[in-house]
Design a protein around this ligand. Structure first.
Ligand SMILES: Cc1cc2nc3c(=O)[nH]c(=O)nc-3n(C[C@H](O)[C@H](O)[C@H](O)COP(=O)(O)OP(=O)(O)OC[C@H]3O[C@@H](n4cnc5c(N)ncnc54)[C@H](O)[C@@H]3O)c2cc1C
Ligand SMILES: NC(=O)C1=CN([C@@H]2O[C@H](COP(=O)(O)OP(=O)(O)OC[C@H]3O[C@@H](n4cnc5c(N)ncnc54)[C@H](OP(=O)(O)O)[C@@H]3O)[C@@H](O)[C@H]2O)C=CC1
Ligand SMILES: O=C(O)C(=O)Cc1c[nH]c2ccccc12
Length: 366
């Protein structure tokens, strides 16, 4: 079966939804396809229970819709999903349930070929789990899960659990496990900025008016004041400041949700890099060995766009991320675009959606 449209959007997460809304504002027809049976699958199915947005609501809006005035500054997951549902209703967005490769309609099992003048890749930076290859991992007899399947620590009480990775997911999951009574350890193998959400909010506000290196200097001093020197706890800061690090590498500062004080009082143990696994014993590069019942891999995600997009070399690299640097990352050749792949969160993908819709508008009316 063949269907024709002007714009095909692949992925109905926040980036695809924002692009759909911007196209509707410009009266440009589109079709949006989604591999799962719901929109925003990351937020509905692949996020842990206690998740709240780490950035204040003013930095997490999609185009043309604000949060209700009485929404809390840091929006909880369920409220964010309600906001998205409201957005979908307001802009009458109807995702079709299809995997995009040549899309297969999962309801009818029919293979559908879409012909479109413009293609928007909005399949996300978090499309697939990243689990590292560790010698002996396959022989580990306990539970192994990725952070995207973790819901809560309630089933881990009394168990020895290892969290691998100290990004925002790993640090919050370690806190959640420990507060549910799991005997929790976390692998921290590289430098990381630990901040509070208020300090990051201040920084993101100031950086609109003041050079980023000055703001970064202030943020580091403020958080050193709040947290003190954490190097003896295995936490050291990167050389680049938090906002510059985010802009240059996409790595986010970690917003502390209470993990640091549990690390300081010894409730959560910090361990270095893993060297290998033998049965249920994990060996570390320090030659330390410990036994675990479960391992949570909070080791991040991968984009999968490079696996299905053919001839996308004008826009994406082999990791399925943009080749060109921000702010020129969102446009490829011959009507190809990407939204939400510049590691700039919801604010970044809202900008991508507006740029893409405006660019399509100009070309559409040529
Ligand atoms: C736990 C977590 C918390 C976060 N919190 C914040 C925050 O507080 N503030 C912030 O600004 N950012 C945050 N982020 C960043 C996050 O990337 C964005 O918030 C946002 O979800 C990205 O939207 P997206 O549409 O680009 O990708 P996604 O939300 O991943 O949506 C992509 C969609 O495409 C679908 N898809 C993938 N491949 C295909 C295919 N081949 N065919 C069809 N459909 C496909 C997927 O099923 C998915 O529904 C967070 C990320 C995570 C993982
Ligand atoms: N509430 C919120 O707003 C939240 C936001 N997020 C966001 O979602 C995105 C994804 O976050 P997250 O899931 O934490 O993933 P990240 O990619 O941010 O972090 C992955 C972590 O795993 C580590 N890691 C990777 N491989 C290994 C390995 N082999 N051994 C040990 N450590 C390893 C990385 O360290 P290394 O650098 O050494 O590779 C890094 O610390 C981020 O942008 C984050 O800010 C996530 C959770 C909550
Ligand atoms: O999650 C991302 O990728 C974001 O851009 C949002 C975000 C969550 N936590 C942060 C800490 C510092 C800067 C951005 C973020």
């Amino acid at each position: 079966m063949e269907e024709q449209t002007v714009v095909l959007i692949v992925g109905a997460g926040p980036a695809g939804l924002a692009t759909a809304a911007c196209l509707t504002q410009l009266s440009i027809p589109y079709i949006i396809v989604e591999r799962e049976d719901c929109s925003a699958s990351l937020w509905r199915n692949r996020a842990y229970d206690r998740l709240k947005l780490h950035l204040a609501k003013e930095f997490c809006e999609l185009p043309y819709m604000s949060y209700p005035a009485d929404a809390p500054t840091y929006v909880p997951k369920d409220l964010f999903v309600k906001y998205l549902d409201n957005y979908i209703e307001c802009f009458d967005i109807r995702p079709k349930k299809c995997w995009f490769s040549t899309a297969r309609n999962m309801a009818t099992s029919m293979v559908v070929t879409y012909t479109a003048r413009f293609l928007v890749v909005a399949s996300g930076e978090n499309s697939a789990e990243n689990i590292p290859m560790i010698p002996g991992l396959h022989g580990f007899p306990g539970e192994i899960i990725h952070s995207s399947r973790y819901k809560s620590g309630s089933t881990y009480s009394g168990k020895n659990v290892l969290v691998v990775g100290c990004g925002n997911s790993g640090m919050e999951i370690a806190y959640d496990l420990a507060s549910h009574g799991a005997n929790t350890s976390i692998v921290i193998r590289s430098p990381v900025h630990v901040m509070t959400k208020e300090i990051i909010r201040l920084g993101m506000t100031l950086v609109q008016h003041i050079p980023v290196n000055i703001v970064d200097g202030l943020l580091v001093r403020m958080s050193n004041f709040v947290f003190g020197d954490l190097s003896k706890n295995g936490i050291v800061r990167p050389k680049l400041g938090p906002l510059l690090l985010k802009a240059k590498t996409g790595r986010s500062a970690v917003i502390d949700v209470g993990t640091v004080s549990l690390i300081r009082n010894g409730t959560i143990k910090v361990l270095g890099n893993i060297s290998k696994i033998k049965g249920n014993i994990v060996e570390f590069e320090s030659r330390n060995e410990r036994t675990f019942d479960a391992i949570v891999f909070a080791t991040g995600y991968r984009s999968t766009a490079n696996m299905w997009l053919k001839n996308g070399e004008s826009m994406l690299n082999r990791d399925g991320l943009p080749k060109k640097e921000f702010p020129n990352h969102w446009k490829g050749a011959n009507g190809l675009y990407c939204a939400g792949l510049a590691k700039r969160g919801l604010a970044g993908l809202a900008m991508d959606a507006k740029n893409i819709a405006n660019d399509i508008f100009c070309n559409y009316h040529e």
